[in-house]
Design a protein around this ligand. Structure first.
Ligand code: NAD
Ligand code: DAU
Length: 356
């Protein structure tokens, strides 16, 4: 029994791998291209752990994916690998089309060939779990009901359009070929190892450096926040008991406006690491809005609760406190990411070889 996890050196993928091996001895093979968002330091706690194999490679490399499936015979593929940042997708959509669409297609084809050749119990047990986002559903108005799994797809950014395309491919590979797929659509995550280009970690690291806290537009856009380890437990629940071919929305019932998030982070920093220059909120700066900025996301997570008994363990208040504290306790990680030194360190430590 083994899992093949793509994108396991990124934010959510690394939390998933660490959590998985924290509660199971089932081995994990992580396949990650180590783009700017992939950081092997996130998995440093597993160095020397025989249950974990890291493979530096691209999900678009069909021969590599096929060889990993043949060699490790995983009982499931858990697919996190993606280009994930909306702002980057606006500046340069090409990488999003390649990884999110072509990469998912490549994985699906390799998984289909592998699964088709399996027999008996192995074939029965095999799963392809595709990790996706609530952004595929588009933007909600203030009084609209939260996204259910049957909400129409209305993606608005190059990122969400590429994720929507990948969701459609996964659906089609099940419908047409019978590949045993599961799809999860989750809301905004936050927590340890979050790359500081995204709202919450950017606000923490900028505030600690005394830099401006850039709030897009009027700061009243709403996101539905979920602590990353709750997302990981949701994925484990879907993998264990989700109905093949089904989609499960995952969310924390935590709708917050961006400005409220930034003020909450500021209040925690004022408490935990007061700045002699004055309250953190003095750094809040309104900047030009994101083009095509979605106004509101909200997840209706009743299906996963009803069918699989999953509920988040953290409230926003407990999760955000843990997160701010994590960044305060991991100044080295932040410094390495900000300076880019984590990439030099990787080259020094691992070079082009596979690291166990
Ligand atoms: P991330 O950007 O932190 O990590 C992505 C990882 O994928 C990195 O380690 C990167 O090196 C790897 N990767 C990128 N291109 C690759 C390729 N061609 N081949 C192999 N590896 C490649 O992303 P994240 O925030 O951890 O998101 C993980 C997944 O969860 C994505 O599919 C994303 O769409 C989805 N998701 C994210 C959120 C969120 O709030 N961050 C919410 C819902 C869903
Ligand atoms: O909803 C799930 C999605 O959440 C995931 O699919 C994406 O991978 C993930 O990046 C995230 O997308 P968002 O665009 O919502 O996240 P981001 O952290 O970039 O922005 C959150 C909100 O904060 C958004 O409304 C834009 C705003 N923002 C962001 C940044 C980086 C700011 O106001 N200022 C900023 O500097």
């Amino acid at each position: 029994m083994t899992l093949l996890v793509t994108g396991g050196a990124g934010f959510i993928g690394s939390n998933f791998v660490l959590d998985w091996l924290g509660q199971s001895d089932e081995p994990v093979v992580t396949l990650d291209a180590l783009t700017y968002a992939g950081n092997l330091a996130n998995l440093a706690g597993l160095r020397g752990d025989a249950r974990h194999t890291f493979v530096h490679g691209d999900i678009c490399d069909r021969a590599l994916v096929e060889s990993l499936l043949a060699q490790h015979r995983p009982r499931a593929v858990v697919h996190f690998a993606a280009e994930s940042h909306v702002d980057r997708s606006i500046h340069g959509p090409g990488a999003f089309m390649r990884t999110n669409i072509e990469g998912t297609y490549t994985l699906l084809e390799a998984a289909r060939a592998h699964w088709s050749a399996l027999g008996g119990a192995e074939r029965e047990a095999f799963r392809f779990l595709h990790v996706s986002t609530d952004e595929v559903y588009g933007s909600l108005g203030p009084g609209d009901a939260a996204f259910t799994e049957s909400h129409p797809y209305e993606p608005n950014s190059p990122y969400s359009a590429s994720k929507a395309a990948s969701d459609h491919l996964v659906r089609a590979w099940h419908h047409t070929y019978g590949l045993p797929v599961l799809t999860t659509n989750c809301s905004n995550n936050y927590g340890p190892f979050h790359f500081p280009e995204k709202l919450i970690p950017l606000m923490i690291v900028n505030a600690l450096a005394g830099k401006a806290l850039p709030v897009y537009g009027d700061g009243q856009q709403i996101r539905d926040w979920l602590y990353v380890r709750d997302h990981c437990s949701g994925i484990r629940a879907v993998l264990a008991g989700g109905r093949v071919g089904e989609t499960y929305n995952i969310g924390g019932w935590n709708e917050k406006a961006n400005l409220e998030i930034v003020r909450t982070v500021c209040a925690l920093l004022d408490e935990l690491r007061p700045d002699p220059q004055g309250p953190c909120a003095r750094l809040i700066t309104f900047v030009a809005d994101r083009p095509g900025h979605d106004r509101r996301y909200a997840i209706d997570a009743r299906k996963i609760e009803r069918e699989l008994g999953w509920r988040p363990a953290e409230t926003f208040e407990t999760g955000i406190r843990k997160t701010v504290q994590w960044y305060l306790d991991h100044a080295d990680w932040v410094a390495q990411v900000q300076s880019g030194a984590y990439r030099d360190w990787l080259a020094t430590q691992y070079g082009a070889r596979e690291a166990a």
